[in-house]
Design a binder for this molecule. Sequence first.
Ligand code: NA7
Length: 540
Amino acid sequence: MSEPIIYKPKDLIWAKMKGFTPWPSMIVEPPEEMLHQPRRNVPCKCVFFFGSRNYAWIEEHNIKPFEGPYKDELMRPNKPNSFKLALQEILAYIDNPVDIDAEIKAASVASAPNYTSDADFDKIRDGLETADSTNDLGEPPKPPKKQTKAKSRAKSSISATKSAAAAAKRRGSASKASESKRKRVESEATEATSSRRRVNADALSHIGSFSRRNMSSTVALLDRPIISRPEAQAIDMNVRSATLSERDITPSNLTFGFLGLGIMGSTIVKDLICTGHKVVVWNRTMSKCKPFAEAGAEVKETPMDVVDAADITFCCVSDPKASKDLVFGNCGVLQGKDLNNKAYVEMSTIDPETSQDIAEGIAQCGGRYLEVQIHGTRQEAEDGMLIILAGGDRTVFEECHSCFKTIAKNTFFLGDVGNACKVNLILQTILGVSLVGFSEALALADRFSISLKDIIDIFELTSMKSQLLLEKGKEMAKGDFNPQQPLMHMQKDLRLVLGMAENLDQSMPVTAITNEVFKHTKRLGYSEHDSSAVFVRSRF
Ligand code: NA7
């Protein structure tokens, strides 16, 4: 039997994390943040991933030396672009390690103790040492109650603080002098904890587009690399899509309000402004209104003010709760009370019950209501190629004609409030289930080392081909999950579908599993990425 390899910092390796291909990586001293990350109770090393430039604990049996028998096999050409980038980076590192070494050093500077040997490393691993091994009272912190090692490690610094405070409390009852000492100790212990937290965040802030949201419970609960949020794509108000430029649109004289400037809302408003519509906007994050103000839109401070200034107000926000908040909440649409001569168009993807509640609220204040569900991606919105499904007040539908002509290739009026929501959610069911099936098939191809590009090329020639699956397949193959349709919205839609089915006692086992797959992908950190990121989950 060959001798086990003893890995040490700066060793270049292949690190295999469950669900990912072995990745070009390096053993590093753990940055402090990693000390609080849960690990399996087997020997692990802290690993820096080239390309994504983040860290994870990897079990030693999942580590292989970079140079050696695995290299040729693992460097096969049919890998995704993100892998190729990582490979380029490790090869560049071999030639010139200075920049990356400096980056890693900056991350580990925050680590209070300087762990140099494997013995020290093992101490950290076993959770025997914390950043505060003694406190102001000269006492070591009390050993944590019996619990799992992962929990104990995650809580070690907190328990150090708490035990200092508890010990101070006991002594505090003895005299007033020791009471003041207790307060001082508590405050110093709290300050020490919060300063450590500051240092953690600073040390990690250099890693890609790391954000505090990435440091959420998702990362702490799952031993996964930190997933960067997708870059928000800046909207270019000067670019008008070729399809839209060819369309002959005479803008309505009415003033249109718009609540919600997310991916879909901002694209639609841009199109409306480009085609000469008069627009008043509001968004919860006000900074997103700036480019629209510069392009001629009026910006208001509350939804109520928008409704006041507009003849017809559209709303396009995340989910049913946000939609209801905007209508019934503080400074919401109904706060103006009198909606005579006003119309409200709900464009967010919501369930029929929510739409009905909003319709009733608007009607009670004298307004007219139209439910509009939009089907399509960001690109389709940009090109004016959405499909519009509408239900409710037909007069509003007709007054919105020039807006719909701007953003959609087909428009359907489906009758009563609720019908458009139902049809849209049915379409989303087809989309969600297809995406998961497609991504599982591609994941299987990947396991066989069959080129995903070949599969997609062949798929394109079959009668199964679908434009959307082709595009999503290409995104999966590239590992490019820039949001066209955020994954969290796809999962929300499936949740709404299952709610509708529940009310009807309709069994939808495949949709239920599809929903679970999207939920798990969200938990892996891909909530704000495109729904094609479900591929990451399929590769597990
Ligand atoms: P995005 O890009 O996730 O944007 C969501 C928008 O909803 C964005 O403007 C948010 O404001 C806004 N939002 C979210 N929650 C709230 C609450 N509670 N109050 C007010 N505003 C809120 O989504 P898309 O544009 O892709 O999709 C919008 C809808 O169309 C959705 O239903 C899809 O399923 C289809 P923020 O900018 O974060 O302040």
